[in-house]
Design a protein around this ligand. Structure first.
Ligand code: AMP
Length: 185
């Protein structure tokens, strides 16, 4: 099973991704988590990524693509994976297509959420987790970047016939229930 979860920042992707990956017994590959892990270990990749993350911008493809290419070779990803936060641009889709070859994605799940709702959620999370990329200004920028660069992927995957969409508003269990319904699980 090869899945991708996407949706605007604050739609609850990370929480749902963890649950889905556990349910199917597949690797959860979150590029945001990989960048944050690199940062907390103080690697050169982490420090490079931080400049962009703190501004709400995307980390350059030259860094991101290689990190994902490497992660997909790990043993735990061989039985399947859930990509969370990658690809985020049309160029990254082309790169992923090339990495996967014939083993294409089975489904792309989009979590939808309205802008005011996600800004509120992200500000709340910022207070709890102290994430430097969760100030209101950076949040608004992240949403803009999502609209400009990532939202076009919805049409792209829809035209491939693998897109499923779920309303991200509601409790964690409510949203998880909707996801199971569309994934037939
Ligand atoms: P996330 O935890 O998925 O919201 O990611 C946090 C930040 O990591 C993003 O705002 C970007 O700066 C960076 N990031 C994560 N995934 C990607 C990606 N596929 N391409 C570029 N930057 C990314």
């Amino acid at each position: 099973m090869r899945l991708l979860i996407m949706g605007p920042p604050g739609a609850g992707k990370g929480t749902q991704a963890t649950k889905i990956a556990e349910f199917f017994g597949i690797a959860h590959i979150s590029t945001g988590d990989l960048f944050r892990a690199n940062l907390s270990e103080g690697t050169a990749l982490g420090l490079e990524a931080k400049k962009y993350m703190d501004a709400g911008e995307y980390v350059p493809d030259s860094v991101t693509n290689d990190m994902v290419r490497d992660r997909l070779t790990h043993a735990d990803a061989q039985a399947g994976f859930l990509l969370d936060g990658y690809p985020r641009t049309v160029a990254q889709v082309a790169e992923l297509d090339e990495m996967l070859g014939d083993e294409t994605l089975d489904k792309v799940l989009v979590l939808t959420a309205d802008t005011d709702e996600v800004v509120g959620r992200l500000l709340n999370r910022a207070h709890k987790q102290g994430r430097a990329d969760d100030t209101e200004e950076v949040i608004r920028r992240r949403l803009e970047v999502y609209e400009e660069q990532t939202a076009p992927l919805i049409d792209l995957y829809s035209s491939r016939g693998i897109l499923v969409s779920v309303d991200g508003l509601g409790s964690i269990d409510e949203v998880a229930g909707r996801i199971h319904a569309v994934l037939n699980a």
